[in-house]
Design a protein around this ligand. Structure first.
Ligand SMILES: O=c1ccn([C@@H]2O[C@H](COP(=O)(O)O)[C@@H](O)[C@H]2O)c(=O)[nH]1
Length: 296
């Protein structure tokens, strides 16, 4: 059900680009810092983040099929930060935008079930990211709850960071690498999938174009592709994450969108307008790379 909703939203908005809301103090316009008096009242930081996020959501909601919210940037500020995380997710849903809670959870089965129920039974969360390091019995509770709730998973498969090869590319058996083994396990999680795409998706970085192509052929779920923009990925790097109809993947950019006003030295009052501008640039880049691929 999640994958079907995501496909529908991508088609309606003609856009597979996802906005990431990972707020930091450095990202905040000075006028907001003053408004919330955060140099004195640090406890106001989460409320400031929430206002920052809401203005960006208002600005991009018509364009983006989904918004990814990385929990670390909220947990950093304790209970009030966690409240801002959930308020951000709720606001996305009010604006009819699907949500990806980037929580990267994973544990032994009993704990995984607690994580899965806590997150996937929350109405404002449509999908979460999951860490597969515990193997099948650590993944099964997430899969079971996701199926029951009609929610989606994005399971880490080949991450975007420079050191991802240290473990994920280790050779295991018959020339296979660790990420191949993870891919095989994920492929077994939804064998009875009837939809066009499985709700059991994967995360593969935009910084790994060859693996995007390879894993697109093996995986039945949507690909969440982080690493565009701030980490160096571009439209031409990610085209093979998509099927011929331009579906099957969403590409995330966080800092590249929310900090764009700083990059182009725009008036800080216009930060949300420039977030939209950056998203429009990203959409153009990706849609033209996809059109070029189709034209080949
Ligand atoms: O392999 C991964 C998995 C997750 N991420 C997350 O995506 C965003 C990327 O932020 P940018 O500012 O666009 O670089 C961030 O929330 C990461 O935690 C990833 O980058 N790579």
């Amino acid at each position: 059900m999640f994958a079907a909703k995501l496909s529908k939203a991508i088609k309606e908005k003609n856009n597979p680009c996802v906005v990431g809301l990972d707020p930091t103090m450095e990202m905040m316009p000075e006028f907001l810092q003053k408004k919330y008096n955060v140099s004195v009242q640090k406890e106001n930081i989460p409320q400031m983040f929430l206002e920052f996020n809401k203005n960006i959501i208002d600005s991009v909601a018509d364009l983006t099929p989904a918004i990814k919210v990385q929990v670390a940037f909220y947990e950093r500020y304790g209970l009030a930060g966690i409240e801002a995380f959930y308020e951000t997710l709720k606001y996305c849903k009010e604006k009819d935008v699907l949500t990806i809670a980037d929580v990267k959870r994973g544990d032994i089965g009993s704990t995984a079930l607690a994580y899965a129920e806590g997150l996937l039974q929350e109405p404002s969360i449509d999908s979460i990211t999951v860490n597969p390091l515990f193997g099948t019995d650590g993944l099964t509770p997430f899969v079971d709850v996701a199926k029951k709730e009609g929610k989606g998973l994005f399971i880490l498969l080949k991450t975007s960071n420079p050191s991802s090869a240290e473990l994920q590319d280790l050779e295991v058996e018959g020339g296979q690498k660790v990420y191949h083994k993870i891919s095989d396990i994920i492929a077994t999680l939804d064998e009875d999938c009837k939809g066009e795409y499985s709700d059991m998706g994967v995360v593969v970085g935009a910084t790994h174009p060859a693996q995007l192509a390879e894993l697109r052929k093996k995986q039945k779920g949507f690909m969440l592709v982080p690493g565009y923009g701030a980490q160096g990925g571009s439209g031409k790097d990610i085209v093979d994450a998509f099927d011929d109809g331009g579906l099957g993947a969403v590409v995330n950019s966080s800092r590249g969108i929310t900090s764009y006003y700083k990059k182009v030295k725009a008036d800080e009052k216009d930060y949300a307008k420039f977030a939209k501008k950056s998203l429009e640039n990203m959409i153009k880049d990706i849609n033209s790379a996809l059109a070029q691929k189709r034209g080949k």
